[in-house]
Design a protein around this ligand. Sequence first.
Ligand code: ADP
Ligand code: MG
Ligand code: MG
Length: 883
Amino acid sequence: TKWVYRFSAGRSEGSAAMRDLLGGKGANLAEMAALGLPVPPGFTITTEVCAHFYANGHAFPKGLEAEVDAAMEEIGRIAGHAFNDPKWPLLVSVRSGARASMPGMMDTVLNLGLNDKTVEALARYSGDARFAWDCYRRFIEMYSSVVLGVEHHIFEEALEEIKEAKGLTLDTQLCADDWRAAVARFKAIVEANAGVSFPQEPRAQLWGAIRAVFASWMNHRAIVYRHLHNIPESWGTAVNVQAMVFGNMDANSATGVAFTRNPSTGVKELYGEYLINAQGEDVVAGLRTPQPLTEVASRASPGEKISLEAAMPKIFAEFTQVADKLERHYRDMQDMEFTVERGKLWMLQTRNGKRTARAALKLAVDMANEGLITREEALLRVEPTSLDQLLHPTIDPAAKRDILATGLPASPGAAFGEIVFNPEEAETLAASGRKVILVRTETSPEDIHGMHAAEGILTARGGMTSHAAVVARGMGKPCVTGAGALRIDYEDQSFTVAGKRFVKGDKLTIDGSAGHVIFGEVKMQRPELTGEFAVLMGWADKIRRLKVRANAETPADARAARRFGAEGIGLARTEHMFFEGERIVAVREMILADDAEGRRAALAKLLPIQREDFKHLFEIMAGLPVTIRLLDPPLHEFLPHNDTELAAVARAMGADPVKLRRRALQLSEFNPMLGFRGVRLAVVFPEIVDMQARAIFEAAIEASLSTGEPARIEIMAPLVFARAELDLVKARIEAMAALVEQETGVRPRFEVGTMIELPRAALRADEIAPSADFFSFGTNDLTQTTLGISRDDAGSFLGAYVEQGVLPHDPFVSIDQEGVGELVALGCQRARAARPDIALGVCGEHGGDPASVAFFETIGIDYVSCSPFRVPIARLAAAQAVL
Ligand code: ADP
Ligand code: MG
Ligand code: MG
């Protein structure tokens, strides 16, 4: 096996296609080098070594050492110097890099190769002792925390003391001797805390770092990150060793990060930050304020700024070309790291940039319009579930904002919540259903679980590419960074801003699009569904086969469904309309009536209410099908809960409360989900069907008068397991249609179908199909009845099932393809065999889950129906499913 792949400008053994083996960073370094871009020479130790490392008690494979030695020699040849070179010692970085980008989760060591001797050589060679000693202390700091396990803050505190003793505040004010003193002090810290003296031999340093980077694959924050992002542990990380270049050598040196387009908005502009005379992580560390790359960006925000474009015009021009070349080569927005060493540009990293949902949408549409990618590719570039973020609120522009502070608009959208200062607390509060804003001076990878739990993130320090900003954008959470006016006191759990003190629990709104920190709760508004959103949805609609409907019963939901592009209502749950206002009393009357007579009286009260509701639905959905499900109440939800409610029903019915209570007791069930519900109600109390059918037909006639279009009625029986059930219901509906025709002279046109939500119904699909114009697989109930798991009670064990791999995921979120999915597939097949023209739909949560939608595409379902907010997700997922 080959364990090591080399790269240098113009040559590489690897390529971008070898991401699995070389990790993202290594594969792209190889690709950039192969493109002839200025990449410092280096090599990548493969992810297979990582696998071997963990499979063999942290031992390296045989042959690795020789390959690393040979590759180091080649770096030396190309760079013109080697480790310990007395004139100009070679230094390298040792960088982690997994298959999937895990920013900041694992470790990197810079300036490796420095020791008490080489630091002097570097000082002589560079002519700058300050620079050399600064590099050395950075190296000791990083190496000791990454490899020797000395806590980072110990070094930080020592450095603070050194500065304080000299009355200085900034690192940049320290001179060569100060750094020399810092090195001595740091070495003492290492000895005291790690029990070893700082290793002086570069080769030993190298192996220590390689080992530590592989070990960092299993550090806590990397594990948490993998969990959150579904990255398998088996992937492992690669290790990249690369000759150092120095952005901190002098005023002609710099380091920065850049995106080829704005990752927040998607606008086509070079976007990023840099610092003159700085090294690597300085830009994201938030210690100095990074400067904008372009003049446009520099002028757009207030304050004294110097853009790269103005400070180093030639470098800027070259970098712009490189950025352009990379974007065209990868055909996607790139996120790049670069360093300028004494007027020469070096590229250190490129990857497809993380982006907000809004940016993803704009990038995809723009790039397709530019001809960089096809429309099909554009559709695949947007994660369907991320559309959710675009459908969520922003601050109403008309609302008054009591702005406490302004920071950077790091991740768009608005969030409201109570403030908390630590990530654990954010997690606990969020778990108990509270909305929180996580407030930190700056965030670090240890905070991600708290960021995940929070509605939004606010930091006092850091730029647009700080940890908080990058992670929040990835999560789609609103985030404001660098709100410098905040004085945070963790100990006191408070911050002060503009003379006001805020403590834990106080309420704030943040506007991640404007960078505003706002007092209290501000009015939010619904998003616009125009522009790129409409364009991409249009493309999706053109190519998808699956139709998308919405589950809706209220006028508000139905209107939302239409706005989101639903092609009809696939499920209107009539019982959901029963909870409003006084209706519930009439519903209870109907349920508690002890004879058909009493039931008819109650139903007569419900008829006009239902008719009115259905009329609205038919009007809003004019021209589109509306599937109305006959009453399917879990009865217990409707029974009076207490004496007051019971008395109200008794009064309305003119019945005796004592008798009524007895009746209520009779009706209460042990297993309501498997009880007297669904079509069973219609079989036993057919007058309910009569009322509902009448309400539907009369509403349809009225609605068609106002819309000028015939209503498209679909009536659906729930919980059927035999054809005879459906036939009984169908007969009542047909009789009612005839009656309504007699009364009005209008013959209602309608379809009758059934839900398939019991395994027996799926199995007997061929028997049931001849009686049904359509089937709608109710996959929520079908999941419950197939797995024998009640959704309401699954909470206590389902988590463990997923964690231990019994189930790959929550079957109520994404369909269990092997079990429930098999029943759906079988049902479709048998139904079509018996009745080729039958329409087959799916309603339930799975209709809005992209993985489930892809599955439904493969088994030939005709439409899915999901909640209105998921309609755009389903439309895009359906398009992706055919690509
Ligand atoms: P991360 O994945 O956390 O970004 P990197 O391996 O990219 O870690 O390195 C951290 C920082 O050090 C980055 O800013 C990177 O550009 C810089 N860096 C890494 N290797 C070198 C090198 N050989 N020369 C100069 N800077 C480097
Ligand atoms: Mg790092
Ligand atoms: Mg990096």
